[in-house]
Design a protein around this ligand. Structure first.
Ligand code: 5GP
Length: 116
């Protein structure tokens, strides 16, 4: 999938259900939700994956967590609980190479990864 896809969402060049945006991050509902709440929180600047993260990115990456906390409250799932997930690379199951944090909630989410 194109690296530019999520940049187009940030710049509002393609439609998305944006639930929060500021000068550093954008959060929008996943097009193929895996849970009643499934939101992607991304830096506005393109960092392809965790492998490309640098020290300069520490502030924006910390901000992703603050925004995740706020959105969990907005969605009414802060008390019931939720999961934050960042996939990296092929074995991590990453499909879009613009670093993104998934926020899942609204139902019990089960084990973290499948037993093999
Ligand atoms: P990954 O597997 O890379 O961690 O997750 C990529 C996520 O992006 C998937 O859950 C997928 O459903 C979502 N996604 C892919 N294309 C679009 C899109 O055009 N719009 C939105 N809102 N989500 C997308």
């Amino acid at each position: 999938m194109s690296d530019e896809l999520f940049l187009k969402i940030v710049n509002r060049e393609i439609p998305a259900d944006i639930v929060f945006q500021d000068d550093r991050v954008t959060a929008f509902r996943d097009i193929n939700p895996q849970a009643p709440t499934h939101i992607l929180i991304i830096p506005n600047k393109l960092i392809p994956s965790v492998n490309e993260v640098s020290e300069e990115d520490e502030a924006v990456l910390g901000h992703l967590l603050v925004v995740a906390r706020n959105i969990a409250r907005q969605e009414g799932i802060a008390e019931s609980g939720y999961r934050l997930l960042i996939n990296c690379g092929d074995h991590g199951g990453q499909e879009v190479y613009h670093l993104h944090m998934h926020l899942f909630g609204g139902r019990p989410l089960g084990r973290m990864i499948e037993r093999v």
